[in-house]
Design a protein around this ligand. Structure first.
Ligand code: PHE
Length: 394
């Protein structure tokens, strides 16, 4: 009996201690690690087929976190970025995001760029109720995984429509499409392009598919060439687009090639045979970031990025920076790392001054921003046009 009583007392003491410890933990809510740092997880394609996407984005994210720490951290605590390489593979994306949440206790996840990988990992974030902010995934369905999934970029309902609208404005009336059938971004981009282009009065005269990793595209390109298009849309990633462009020219398909943000890489032009090669003069849509833009925010970011990394940023770096900055801002507004409060603060973002444009998240947790049409000129991408959603009736 005495023993039992002691045990009960002991339990009581433990309970009181636990309650006290819990009280102390108010300043260090779920997600805090032992040192009191706020852990932020990032998953990115640091290696693999689309390694320039991950490395570029990561530099932008790291810069945002370093900036915040240099300014004293958030609510008196330092931020610690833990980055995991998903090797450009969806299944590994899922695994590393699980690790970031369950082992590193990340309070938020930044990533991914490729829609297919964001869609693979988003359900994990949703399940654990850890907010995930994608810097650059544009497939409309990415945020459908749930209310903890948000993004700082526009979607392909808009981006691909811009390319469809632009193609018609250029005078093209017959377009062909060559898409990556296993890539969620590519498939949705093709559909949204076709919708806008045909709505304006254009015709899709041919459609063929490829898969990431393919190296011989000549059979499909020959068939597309026979349909005599005025332009060919290739909504793929730089990893295949260069080779496709070279082989298109080899089979006699000489018309302008069109693409989207997936072309944005320092490796695009080298893959197409270098400056003046198979992609010279071709067009692709991209997020609102370019060295050519005179905006003060652009020029400031450019200078700071160059100073830190001794190289120019691409749009991915700018989007990574915006995603990181917006998260820091939301952590401050939430005044807490509590996941529901943090999610609500991110979702409530309004007129956030991003480098890639003003960011206001809508009810589907997407951003509405302007897009650029860039033209390949030598080894540079020149700003050819820009479109705001209203300008194309969105
Ligand atoms: N928007 C692409 C996707 O959803 C990813 C991407 C963004 C690639 C920006 C390059 C630049 O898959």
């Amino acid at each position: 009996m005495v023993r039992v009583r002691n045990a009960v007392v002991a339990l009581g003491v433990i309970a009181v201690f636990a309650a006290f410890a819990g009280g102390c933990k108010k300043d260090q809510p779920a997600g805090a690690n032992d040192t009191g740092d706020i852990v932020i997880g990032e998953y990115a394609s640091l290696t693999g087929t689309t390694a320039t996407f991950g490395n570029s984005t990561h530099r932008g994210v790291q810069m945002a976190i370093d900036d915040a720490n240099a300014a004293g951290g958030v609510n008196g605590r330092k931020l610690r970025l833990v980055v995991e390489d998903d090797q450009s593979k969806p299944d590994i994306a899922r695994t590393v995001v699980t690790k970031l949440i369950t082992q590193d206790k990340a309070v938020a996840i930044l990533g991914e760029v490729a829609s297919t990988r964001s869609m693979a990992a988003a359900p994990v974030c949703q399940q654990y109720k850890v907010p995930m902010i994608s810097p650059a995934s544009t497939n409309p369905a990415v945020t459908d995984a749930g209310d903890y999934i948000l993004r700082v970029c526009f979607t392909d309902d808009f981006q691909a429509a811009v390319v469809g609208y632009f193609a018609y404005e250029q005078g093209y009336r017959k377009a062909a499409i060559f898409k990556d059938i296993k890539n969620d971004y590519s498939v949705a981009f093709a559909a949204n392009f076709a919708k806008e282009f045909t709505k304006r009065g254009g015709t899709i005269v041919g459609e063929q598919v490829f898969q990431e990793g393919d190296t011989d595209f000549k059979a499909q390109l020959t068939s597309l060439s026979a349909a005599k298009p005025d332009a060919v849309l290739i909504p793929g990633y730089y990893s295949e687009v260069g080779t496709i462009a070279r082989q298109a020219r080899e089979v006699g398909l000489k018309v302008p090639l069109l693409g989207g943000d997936g072309w944005d890489s320092p490796k695009l032009v080298p893959g197409a045979g270098g400056p003046g090669g198979a992609l010279e003069g071709c067009f692709f849509s991209n997020h609102y970031f370019s060295k050519d833009l005179k905006e003060e925010a652009t020029q400031q970011f450019l200078a700071a990025f160059k100073k830190k990394y001794d190289t120019d940023p691409d749009a991915l770096a700018a989007l990574g920076y915006d995603a990181g900055k917006l998260l820091v801002d939301a952590l401050k507004r939430a005044g807490s790392t509590d996941s529901a409060k943090l999610r609500d603060a991110i979702a409530a973002t309004k007129d956030f001054p991003g480098v890639t444009g003003k960011i206001t998240l809508d009810e589907k947790r997407n951003a509405r921003k302007a897009a650029l049409i860039l033209q390949v000129k030598g080894d540079r991408f020149g700003v050819f046009k820009s479109y705001r959603p209203e300008e194309i009736g969105q």
